[in-house]
Design a protein. Structure first.
Lengths: 112, 113
């Protein structure tokens, strides 16, 4: 009964490819997020969605396109992958904004 | 850009020692959260502090929120190897978005047996 689940856990691909990461939460939360954690473990917000609506886009390149088909899902599609996209991507959710967040276990993206 | 300074970045201590991790900013927080992250997993919430001067305890962990709500600390008493992990503070800033949590750069704690 995983609360926030991301797939895949590992993603190894070549530069220039397009890939997607899926996220689902079964907590009934209204708000979902995508974060990027770099090699130095710095965790930075990318996007926040509330009730399927985009609230925060933290100056992320438009190669990254999030999609929220419903409140329980927030997927991330990345076009034309670059070396600098290598990182761990975390999905999270919270009941509303402002409240503590529940994180998935991350997707480790490696660009060759 | 509102920055959150966290220190120290690395901490390696012996079992039984005490330690303190600090988190501060020049801006006021509306709330401050502490998370712990283990390898291969996502961060897990430890505590949220909201009121200036607030102190919360979680077994051997004590969390303080500064009176001015610009700083917070995490103190661990008699550290154990099981406390090893990455500790992250995260803030919602006063006047900022409720949907944008800003993280500190983390403190990687190693407790040696």
């Amino acid at each position: 009964d995983t609360a926030v689940s991301q797939t895949p856990k590992y993603l190894v691909t070549q530069m220039g490819n397009d890939k997607s990461i899926k996220c689902e939460q079964n907590l009934g939360h209204d708000t979902m997020y995508w974060y990027k954690q770099d090699s130095k473990k710095f965790l930075k917000i990318m996007f926040s969605y509330n009730n399927k609506e985009l609230i925060i886009n933290e100056t992320v390149p438009n190669r990254f396109s999030p999609k929220s088909p419903d409140k329980a899902h927030l997927n991330l599609h990345i076009n034309s992958l670059e070396l600098g996209d290598s990182a761990v991507y975390f999905c999270a959710s919270s009941p509303q904004g402002r409240q503590p967040q529940h994180f998935g276990d991350g997707t480790r993206l490696s660009i060759l | 850009t509102q920055l959150l300074e966290q220190s120290p970045q690395f901490l390696s201590i012996q079992e039984g020692e005490n330690l303190t991790v600090y988190c501060n900013s020049s801006s006021v927080f509306s709330s401050l959260q502490w998370y712990r992250q283990e390898p291969g997993e996502g961060p897990v919430l430890l505590v949220t502090v909201v009121t200036g001067g607030e102190v919360k305890k979680l077994k051997r962990l004590t969390f303080q929120f500064g009176d001015a709500r610009k700083d917070s600390s995490l103190h661990i008493t008699a550290a154990q190897p099981g406390d090893t992990g990455l500790y992250l503070c995260a803030a919602l800033f006063s006047g900022g978005s409720n949907y944008k949590l800003t993280f500190g750069k983390g403190t990687l704690l190693t407790v040696n047996p």
